[in-house]
Design a protein around this ligand. Structure first.
Ligand SMILES: CSCCC(=O)C(=O)COP(=O)(O)O
Ligand SMILES: [Mg+2]
Length: 261
């Protein structure tokens, strides 16, 4: 590690969040426990709202697709009225969310609900999005050099905007030209990177993707996107093969743009 030259054809930098811009510990020890601790109360409070019903509908559909998986939790339809019936369905949603989170699943259904739940946590100041200290100065420099900067995370776009809008560095949403989440496709499928390039209006090899997860790097590379794997404190270790195969950086300041002096 040291300096990583950015290929001259790169016009846009695409950033993962957890393990790349943001410590895994913040997600695992602050954001996720907030969901586990508050999901039942949240569902009770918001059950009648359209957004909450949409979230539950998505979770129910996902549960049907997951029905053959070990430990999967089905979500029944409400079959009548009354407190007891409502509690039965809410408990199934809670159990389903806990099950999905125990496997760190990245389903759009789970991520949509999480994004909606974190709204209150950020807005009340209960939580601030943690960002590694090299991130903001590096992005500012890239932008000054004419680079576009995008986010691609399994966290929903709403969750991404909360994290960067209420961050330890203040509201830094202006640093990003756009956001992508699993609605464009899973991060481990190369087609997702082709769709992102089409949406940005460039070729896949005009993009450099930074992530902590080799499977994501591999999918991006298959789509002819440039990649670098980011090593941050608390990230999962890489195998020797991964270490020698991928370009590695431990800070955004290690990227060297052709126009940088
Ligand atoms: C942006 S919200 C919290 C992150 C999250 O829910 C998640 O699954 C992180 O995935 P990433 O793709 O950023 O590693
Ligand atoms: Mg990540």
């Amino acid at each position: 590690m040291g300096v990583l030259p950015v290929p001259a054809e790169v016009r846009a930098i695409l950033l993962d969040i957890e393990g790349t811009t943001t410590p895994i510990a913040f997600v695992q020890e602050t954001l996720f426990p907030y969901i586990k601790d508050n999901v039942k109360e949240y569902l009770r409070a918001h059950w009648e709202e359209e957004e909450c019903q949409r979230d539950v509908g998505l979770l129910r559909k996902q549960a049907q697709e997951d029905s053959s998986l070990d430990g999967a939790v089905p979500i029944p339809l409400e079959s009548g009225s009354g407190e007891e019936e409502l509690e039965r369905v809410i408990q199934a949603v809670v159990d389903n969310v806990h099950w999905q989170m125990s496997l760190d699943r990245k389903t759009t259904a789970l991520k949509q609900l999480q994004g909606h739940m974190w709204r209150a946590a950020y807005a009340t100041g209960h939580v601030k999005g943690e960002i590694f200290e090299d991130v903001v100065p590096a992005i500012r420099k890239w932008r000054e050099a004419g680079m576009k900067v995008y986010i691609y995370s399994s966290g929903s776009i709403e969750a991404q905007k909360l994290l960067f809008g209420y961050s330890t560095e203040g509201d830094i949403l202006e640093l990003f030209d756009g956001h992508f989440d699993t609605k464009i496709g899973p991060k481990v499928e190369s087609e997702s990177y082709r769709r992102i390039a089409a949406s940005i209006g460039c070729a896949t090899n005009n993009i450099l993707f930074l992530t902590d997860v080799p499977r994501e790097a591999n999918a991006a590379e298959e789509a002819d996107t440039h990649v670098a794997v980011v090593i941050r404190p608390g990230n999962a270790g890489l195998t020797d093969d991964e270490k020698s195969y991928y370009s590695l950086i431990s800070s955004f300041t290690e990227l060297f743009l052709p126009s940088s002096t």
